[in-house]
Design a binder for this molecule. Structure first.
Ligand SMILES: [Zn+2]
Ligand SMILES: [Zn+2]
Length: 159
């Protein structure tokens, strides 16, 4: 699996990559070493830096970006920002897509908690998030039950 660092590329949302939620200014000239492209937003506000290199592993089959940093007991990646620890997937959504509307949770469409791929994330209400989690668990149960039935059938045929 390829390992990529998020230290590369442009900043499409214009929000500071440290996770502070502030808008960065536009680069007046290009500087590849720090990812600046003239006329597009800087990745960080002046003086805001990420404390450690961020790394994630891309699963080429599912497209999930598995967080390579710290993961909380809840299974979500966490990232240190000037305002404290934040959920990594929320920070990545802000970076690559834009601000998360007030009061909304960021749901994993892929159901993979340590995934930070912004394409797999969607802001939803808490109620919708709970409903989707319930659906996923129900489907998982149905899937497992079907698998068990298949296994039982195979056993019968082999005996
Ligand atoms: Zn910042
Ligand atoms: Zn994913």
């Amino acid at each position: 699996m390829p390992i990529r660092s998020s230290g590369l590329g442009a900043n499409p949302s214009g929000l500071c990559w440290c996770g502070c939620g502030q808008q960065t200014t536009l680069a007046s000239h290009s500087r590849a070493s720090i990812g600046d492209i003239i006329g597009t937003p800087h990745r960080f506000c002046k003086g805001h830096k990420r404390p450690i290199a961020e790394v994630y592993t891309i699963d080429e089959v599912t497209g999930c970006w598995h967080w390579g940093g710290l993961v909380g007991t809840h299974g979500y990646g966490i990232i240190r920002t000037p305002s404290g620890w934040r959920l990594a997937h929320r920070v990545y959504y802000e970076r690559f897509v834009g601000p998360i509307p007030d009061g909304l949770q960021v749901d994993h469409l892929c159901r993979v908690r340590d995934c930070v791929n912004p394409e797999h994330l969607e802001p939803v209400t808490q109620a919708e998030n709970i409903r989707r989690g319930f659906e996923a668990r129900k489907n998982e149960k149905a899937y497992r039950e079907k698998a068990y039935r298949e296994i039982a059938k195979l056993r019968m045929e082999n005996n």
